[in-house]
Design a protein around this ligand. Structure first.
Ligand SMILES: Cc1cc2nc3c(=O)[nH]c(=O)nc-3n(C[C@H](O)[C@H](O)[C@H](O)COP(=O)(O)O)c2cc1C
Length: 185
């Protein structure tokens, strides 16, 4: 029987398995991907986020954020993102390029209802996140439902690199039904 990293299907299965584990397990590396966007001035920008959903059937990843955060302005200018995960144990790098839809208000009311009071404190800040303040603690977290947003990331490509005894790299695209192809790593 072949190892998972020896077939294109096996690598893609491993990618989705790791992403799903990230959602379910706080200690899994894929719990906290790096989420990269393009600033309105064209700068690359990256930050850590929590992966909230990984839906393989639609190839959609979901991240929660504050509507007042800088990444929202970036996504409104260019609704494109990259997510990056390094899984040390299977020695697997996962990179996802995605089109992003910003959902808020009624569309995410049910999700808000399921957040704990502590979880809600991540959404809503006075002054808004990123505003210069005179002292480090001169801000208030407001648990504001109107500030809660879900970034619905529709994957268009997935690049996976496995650093085994030999290195393998595979690229999968939505446009060809995620069939995948090997790339020189
Ligand atoms: C471990 C960790 C998890 C984080 N999770 C999120 C998250 O799920 N959503 C989010 O918007 N910001 C999250 N942040 C904060 C972001 O990294 C970032 O500082 C903030 O969103 C502002 O970024 P922006 O100005 O580029 O929008 C997290 C930070 C850390 C360190």
């Amino acid at each position: 029987m072949s190892e998972w990293f020896e077939t294109l299907d096996g690598v893609l299965d491993q990618v989705w398995s790791r992403l799903s584990r990230g959602v379910a397990d706080r200690r899994a590396p894929a719990r906290q991907p790096t989420f990269a966007t393009i600033s309105p001035h064209g700068w690359p920008e990256a930050r850590t986020v929590v992966l909230r959903r990984a839906e393989r059937a639609e190839a959609v990843l979901k991240v929660f954020t504050d509507l007042g955060s800088g990444k929202i302005a970036s996504l409104r200018a260019a609704p494109l993102a990259a997510l990056h995960v390094w899984e040390p144990s299977p020695r697997l790098q996962i990179r996802v390029q995605a089109e992003v839809e910003i959902l808020s208000g009624d569309a995410v009311a049910e999700r808000w209802d399921h957040l704990t009071p502590e979880g809600r404190t991540s959404y809503g800040c006075v002054p808004p996140t990123g505003t210069p303040i005179g002292e480090a603690l001169a801000y208030e977290k407001t648990s504001d439902q109107a500030a809660f947003a879900v970034l619905q990331c529709r994957a268009v490509s997935i690049d996976a690199v496995h650093l085994g005894e030999v290195h393998r790299r595979a690229l999968y695209r939505r446009e060809d039904g995620w069939a995948g192809e090997w790339l020189a790593p």
